[in-house]
Design a protein around this ligand. Structure first.
Ligand code: ZN
Ligand code: ZN
Length: 359
């Protein structure tokens, strides 16, 4: 008979888990593996609340294995290192993002694209090569192979830096890969949530002109005054929308709900690129005419590899980029999830795990 999550491994662990598709999270005793030769054990201090955590807690994508402990924007301090660990020492401030392991043998892994390895292991709701389930960062400790651990730059606040580990790399990686980072070009950021607000900041740091595309006119002053966008386009204002047609070189589409691509594509200039990083639950309709007629491109992207994630953290550190966060106690998590479902957050909840998680 399978052992209970509490008895599977030698290290006791404690976190908050969802048990069913109500998505309600509650205290959960489980365990972590012993710190192996290549491992670091991390005391978790902060963990961001990503939209994927909500989807997973509620089984919106249909592949949640309960109980699930979400959380993949993890920042903490190293408490133990294995004999082979040379990248980190005890007390180092470190981060863990969306993935905690991969095969280390395939072409993707050799190119630093662990995030596309067919055997990539997600930080939670995944099964490691020995069949053990992974549990995420809404918990007190985590044990991770040093090769999947990030260094948090000295000047980066640990709480506001945490969301960069998913939201930050999710928008940074496609901007670099698709060449959407040439200074002076015009970037549209569709959707102003956890991903979108970081995309605005990273876009400005690349030297781009940045326009936020949103359905919500009340976000205009925040987008411009607080986040540094150059302009704001209300997608429901026909006159303004018409004036913006064909003006953008790139669009990063962070919208997680089902939405029409045709209006966004119409904003692109010839050779424009639109990259989708939100994950709507149903397929979107793909209009072919604007792609063919304007030699436009639609692409996708899934977080980033470990090397690139470190590059992103160092880039954000250099440009003083962090997420705008609302720091919460873990006992405020269910309320935060309800607000997140309504996009009522400016712009990322981060759990103060170190100061609020206790049995
Ligand atoms: Zn995420
Ligand atoms: Zn691989």
């Amino acid at each position: 008979m399978a052992r209970s999550p509490e008895e599977e491994h030698p290290q006791k662990a404690f976190g908050w888990a969802a048990r069913d598709n109500s998505g309600t999270l509650s205290p959960f005793n489980f365990s972590r593996r012993d710190n192996g030769e290549d491992d670091v054990t991390i005391k978790i201090l902060y963990c961001g609340v990503c939209h994927s955590d909500l989807h997973s807690a509620k089984n919106d994508w249909g592949f949640t294995s309960y109980p699930v402990v979400p959380g993949h924007e993890i920042v903490g301090a190293v408490t133990a290192v294995g004999n082979n660990v040379n990248k980190f020492k005890v007390d180092d401030k470190v981060g863990v993002g969306v993935l905690v392991d991969s095969c280390k043998k395939c072409d993707c892994c050799h190119q630093g694209l662990e995030n596309y390895c067919p055997q990539m292991i997600f930080t939670y709701n995944s099964f490691s090569s020995d069949g053990m389930k992974t549990y995420g960062g809404y918990s007190d400790i985590i044990v991770v192979d040093q090769n999947y651990v990030l260094r948090i730059p000295d000047n980066m606040p640990l709480d506001a830096g945490a969301p960069l580990l998913c939201a930050g790399i999710t928008v940074y990686s496609p901007m670099v890969y698709y060449g959407m980072n040439q200074p002076g070009k015009h970037l549209g950021v569709a959707g102003l949530g956890g991903l979108g607000h970081v995309a605005v900041k990273i876009g400005k740091a690349f030297g781009l002109k940045v326009t936020v595309i949103s359905t919500s006119p009340k976000k205009e002053s925040e987008a411009i005054d607080r986040l540094g966008a150059d302009s704001f386009l209300v997608s429901t204002d026909p006159a303004k929308f018409k004036a913006a047609i064909g003006t953008m070189d790139y669009i990063i589409d962070t919208i997680a709900a089902v939405h029409a691509l045709a209006p966004l594509l119409s904003l692109l200039n010839i050779n424009g690129k639109l990259v989708t990083v939100g994950l709507p639950e149903k397929p979107l309709e793909l209009p072919i005419f604007p792609l063919v007629i304007g030699r436009r491109l639609i692409g996708g992207s899934n977080v980033g590899g470990i090397k690139e994630t470190q590059e992103m953290l160092d880039f954000c550190s250099k440009h003083n980029i962090t997420a705008d966060i609302e720091l919460i106690r873990i006992d405020e998590l269910n309320e935060a999830m309800e607000r997140l479902a309504k996009s009522d957050v400016r712009y990322r909840f981060v759990i103060d795990v170190g100061n609020s998680l206790s049995k």
